[in-house]
Design a binder for this molecule. Structure first.
Ligand code: NAP
Length: 283
């Protein structure tokens, strides 16, 4: 497995396993199978409701903790944000059954972002989160956070796939030493991604699947990726992307698929801002 080095020296695998939308009762099995397939980066969130199941799979795997890279995420907190963030972080750690996480992300750029970030800086300084970062931050909000706080986020996890490539976002992140991580690398199959003729053509030429072409394209753009699958054959396929390379022409053909817009929702849309800001987790 290849690694990237984050802006604080922490090493992170370039490819991991995401567990969004895996029901809690299926997550332990899925993570156990992913670990057996060789995944070492696990990406969960308080909002996914499956941290406990991830923790059980980690514990039962017997894999030494230092070989694993576990990410979880903070949901939007009520005031006082610093106290509530601390509490939410400790709840996540307890659910995971871990004494630290490798990466703690602010899941949404809403609420008292500064209060939340200060509490995250504290858990980072205490070594309880080896690195801290954000998700779903567009360049304006990311730069504001960077310029007005002590710790620069190590990672920004954003929607990134062949139809929404985020090149300007990546330029800004590069400039400030923030690692670009893709969520929805397959666009969750939207736009018929898995049968797209351009991607399928590259796959045919390489003797690889469309999924492998997409993951390879992300990795060659220096983007950390976390494909989700509950299917062991696909888990194995998705991690088997280190024995081939897309050439310049193939990279350019994928680059031409960019539409520059989200396939999910716009974080600037007032209705989404209201919905995500008001959503609260049960505990
Ligand atoms: P994704 O990885 O783009 O797509 C997952 C879909 O692709 C599933 O339907 C899966 O089906 C299918 N699939 C996986 N491998 C395949 C293959 N080799 N061939 C054909 N189909 C395949 O979607 P995602 O889960 O939304 O994103 C990945 C991870 O990013 C999440 O799990 C989560 O950890 C993270 N995420 C973060 C945020 C955020 O706001 N920070 C938002 C969304 C996601 P099967 O399971 O049936 O194989």
């Amino acid at each position: 497995m290849q690694h990237v080095t984050l802006n604080n020296g922490v090493k992170m695998p370039v490819l991991g396993f995401g567990v969004y939308q895996i029901p809690a009762e299926q997550t332990e099995r899925a993570v156990t199978e992913a670990l057996a397939a060789g995944y070492r980066l696990l990406d969960t969130a308080a909002a996914y409701g499956n941290e406990e199941a991830v923790g059980r799979a980690v514990k039962n795997s017997g894999i030494p903790r230092q070989e694993l890279f576990v990410t979880t995420k903070l949901w939007v907190q009520d005031a006082p944000a610093q106290d509530n963030t601390r509490r939410a972080f400790e709840t996540s750690l307890t659910r995971l059954g871990l004494d630290h996480v490798d990466l703690y992300l602010m899941h949404q750029p809403y609420g008292d972002v500064y209060g939340q970030w200060r509490a995250m800086e504290a858990v980072n300084r205490e070594g309880l989160a080896q690195a801290i970062g954000v998700a779903n931050f567009y360049p304006d909000r990311l730069l504001d956070l960077i310029l007005n706080n002590e710790i620069t986020p190590a990672v920004n996890q954003i929607e990134t796939h062949p139809f929404f490539q985020r090149t300007a976002d990546q330029d800004l992140m590069r400039e400030h030493g923030v690692q670009h991580q893709a969520w929805g690398g397959f666009a969750e199959g939207k736009n018929d991604l898995f049968t797209h003729p351009v991607l399928a053509g590259i796959g045919e030429a390489q003797g690889k699947s469309v999924a492998q072409v997409v993951l390879r394209w992300l990795i060659q753009r220096d983007i950390v990726t976390i494909p989700k699958s509950v299917n062991p054959d696909r888990m194995a396929q998705n991690i088997d992307v280190f024995d081939f390379e897309l050439d310049n022409e193939q990279m350019a053909a994928v680059a031409a698929l960019d539409t520059g817009t989200t396939l999910f929702f716009d974080h600037h849309d007032p209705e989404m801002v209201a919905w995500l800001s008001k959503r609260r987790l049960e505990n």
